[in-house]
Ligand binder design. Structure first.
Ligand SMILES: [Zn+2]
Length: 732
């Protein structure tokens, strides 16, 4: 069964987001936006969204023909098709079996897959008022549709009969049993056993939540579209020239004079890191951390409170203690307690490291006679100074060596060397949804066979949501016939000014490798049943995080980190300084992230939902001893992971869970003395990358490494002491 709720990455709720049934989106869940209006459905006969995809790679999406008013008609037709397909399964007069129930259900919804894949791009990559209107109308309608479709009593009865007959069904393979079991258990978790008023109430909650998620993300987006306008040269003190150009461009785009600091991470971060104007740093910082929290029409606090209320009610209806228990039922961690244990094992070490980091920064500020106490808007600025002081590394010294183009080549090179994937640019030969999107044919270099097509959408633009993510427009599976994978990476790098070379920061380069790691995971997928493709949420970030490791290897830096003007490779001593500084500022990064993850878990690991969101955030942070100099990476009023869908709610810890496996996996390569060790790469691929969710992921990990992941590997990776930690972890 390929229910949208079964797609591990798009969440377990009976709401589908805009991720297609057969499509995966990771990192930031596609979110639904609001602004109600009605789109006019185009006549079905001429609706290009309904046509089979044609062209190379067994058909590609006709992005060039996509219009907002195609979607209503396309959704209607796709729903009708799915209803008929499900009805055919229900109407089968034969007694329910795996072959006549689970199997055909695996293959339903072809049209919906295509429409949703395209819609995902419409609302995430090139959104506008018209697409947002379609989204506002269709988010709740689709949520209700899936609920109604999959929770039909006759359908559930069939799944149940197969499930209950598993003991007698000796002819089924282990994989078929796993699928039948998971199908039924997931239905159960999603309310299949509810009846009457409870069933009805679940439907209402689902629909209401879908609307609230749209409302939430729209409000945050609206705040992210605001900007601080700088109007004199003095305001630009300390900013690198390329960034000043970006600010100028942003102002021009908004038809204002001066320089616009847009209220997103990609503007905030370089500004805080570089600006010598402390007053402006404070201003930019405050605007950023208060997104969704300004007491105006875009304030999200009440929206969040409503979401929490409904989530708690839903968990109770479904027989779970809390929303967190419900969300974690199908994860590797399994329970909120297990996740919290891991987080609290790492937390004290991270906080202790922050104290050192702040002391180092304060020392520099004092030495310079700044006469200040380090505040949150100073952290990035002085951290940069410490880095220069200690490692003599200046971000501006590194960036000239990180040409976006070379880093793209570097990630392709690594994928070739480790997994025999070959990427050949073919931009211009297939339709794209935006003129600067590039495409690459992906082949298996061992036999030249087609793997699929890779879309790369690098630059930030108006209408594109922030962050970075990977999506597949079509995923691999064998049951319905092998097909080329259509995968995309979406980043938000700053587009270089006309005629300039695109240079990216070390951070951006990591993001590039990270998203590409997700891409590799899905390009290498080799599963039979689509229903066994999506991995648990706390596994999802593992392949991507592992892939980041190759960026800072000697081989990659020597080959690909060449100076954009001189073409010289990065000097060996700079490579060494970068290596030495790898654990630099890990206190900040860990605390920024972990505080968000802990607040998320505690927020959802409660029977009674909280009503005062700000107070809860404040109190929880006090409780865990949050350092004053750092703010959560995502404060609750803007925490899209939690409130633009169910996706990462009680799930932000997943990155840490995945990273623990990542650190331990990377040590396997390092310990072997060769980070390109093909024997290990082959085993990694065979046990963990290509197998989807065909077997239990913890067992698959043990097959790869011979044991469970070692948490100490994570502490070592972040440069924290190991061995003596573990005396904390209590809830209070
Ligand atoms: Zn990711």
């Amino acid at each position: 069964m390929r229910l949208p709720l079964m797609a591990a990455v798009s969440g377990l709720a009976l709401s589908v987001g805009v991720t297609g049934l057969n499509a995966m989106t990771v990192d930031q869940e596609n979110s639904m936006a609001a602004d109600a209006a009605t789109a006019t459905p185009a006549a079905e006969a001429e609706n290009p969204l309904l046509a089979e995809w044609t062209g190379p790679f067994e058909g590609v999406p006709p992005w060039d023909e996509m219009e907002p008013d195609h979607f209503s008609g396309a959704f209607e037709a796709a729903m009708a098709e799915m209803r008929a397909e499900v009805q055919a399964v229900i109407d089968n007069p034969e007694p329910p079996t795996f072959e006549n129930t689970n199997m055909p259900m695996e293959l339903i919804g072809d049209t919906m897959n295509r429409v949703q894949s395209m819609f995902g791009v419409a609302v995430s990559n090139i959104s506008n008022d018209e697409y947002r209107a379609v989204q506002a109308e269709w988010a709740p309608r689709l949520a209700a549709f899936y609920q109604e479709l999959y929770l039909q009593p006759e359908l559930i009865a069939r799944y149940r009969a197969v499930y209950e007959g598993l003991d007698e069904a000796t002819d089924l393979t282990a994989e078929q049993r796993r699928l039948a079991t998971r199908d039924y258990e997931q239905l159960q978790r999603n309310g299949a056993l509810l009846e009457g008023a409870d069933r009805e109430r679940l439907g209402e909650i689902t629909e209401e939540l879908a609307g609230l998620y749209s409302e939430f993300s729209n409000k945050v987006l609206a705040d992210e579209e605001t900007y601080i306008l700088l109007d004199s040269e003095d305001d630009l003190a300390g900013l690198p020239e390329s960034f000043v150009n970006t600010l100028r461009g942003a102002a021009e785009e908004r038809e204002v004079e001066g320089w616009a600091v847009v209220n997103t991470r990609s503007y905030m971060q370089p500004f805080l890191q570089n600006s010598t104007r402390r007053d402006l740093r404070e201003q930019v910082y405050n605007a950023y951390i208060n997104r969704g929290d300004n007491g105006d029409e875009n304030d999200t606090n009440a929206t969040i409170a409503q979401i929490l209320q409904l989530r708690a009610e839903r968990a109770a209806l479904l027989g779970f203690e809390t929303h967190a228990h419900w969300r974690m039922a199908d994860t590797m961690a399994g329970t909120p307690e297990n996740a919290e244990d891991l987080m609290m094992r790492v937390w004290p070490a991270a906080v202790a490291r922050v104290e050192q980091e702040v002391a180092d920064m304060q020392a520099i500020a004092d030495r310079e006679g700044a006469g200040i106490t380090i505040e949150p808007w100073d952290y990035r600025f002085y951290a940069e100074k410490v880095r220069q002081d200690r490692y003599s590394i200046d971000e501006s010294e590194i960036t000239p060596y990180f040409q976006l183009e070379n880093m793209i080549e570097a990630m392709f090179y690594a994928a070739g060397r480790l997994y025999d994937l070959e990427f050949t640019e073919n931009t211009g030969t297939v339709p794209v949804f935006q003129e600067d999107v590039r495409t690459f044919a992906v082949t298996d270099s061992r036999d030249g066979s087609n793997v699929g097509l890779f879309y790369l959408d690098n630059y930030a633009r108006t209408g594109k949501r922030s962050g970075a993510w990977m999506t597949t427009y079509r995923s691999q599976q064998t049951l319905g016939g092998e097909q080329n994978v259509l995968a995309s990476n979406n980043n938000n790098f700053t587009e270089p000014a006309e005629g300039e070379v695109a240079l990216i920061s070390l951070d951006d380069a990591s993001t590039l490798f990270h998203e590409f790691g997700h891409g590799i995971h899905y390009l290498l997928q080799d599963v039979y049943y689509p229903g066994l493709s999506g991995t648990p949420r706390d596994f999802v970030e593992y392949p991507s995080q592992v892939n980041e490791n190759w960026l800072l290897t000697r081989d990659i830096l020597n080959r690909f980190a060449t100076h954009y003007e001189t073409g010289e490779p990065m000097p060996q001593e700079l490579v060494e300084r970068i290596e030495e500084s790898e654990t630099f500022n890990q206190g900040f990064a860990t605390v920024e992230y972990l505080s968000s993850a802990i607040v998320d878990m505690r927020l959802h690991h409660r029977v009674d939902p909280i009503t005062d969101v700000d107070a809860f955030e404040r109190e929880t942070l006090t409780e865990i001893g949050m350092p004053d100099e750092i703010v959560m990476r995502h404060r609750l009023p803007q925490f899209n992971h939690l409130f633009s869908s169910d996706a990462y709610s009680a799930g932000y810890y997943s990155y840490l869970w995945s990273e623990t496996m990542d650190a331990d996996t990377w040590e396997a390569f390092v310990e072997s003395g060769d980070v390109w060790n093909r024997e290990i790469a082959d085993r990694f691929r065979a046990t963990l990358l290509s197998t989807g969710n065909e077997t239990d992921r913890a067992e698959a990990y043990r097959e790869f490494r011979g044991r469970d992941p070692d948490v100490d590997a994570l502490l070592r990776k972040r440069g924290f002491p190991t061995g003596t930690i573990g005396a904390t972890g209590d809830d209070d």
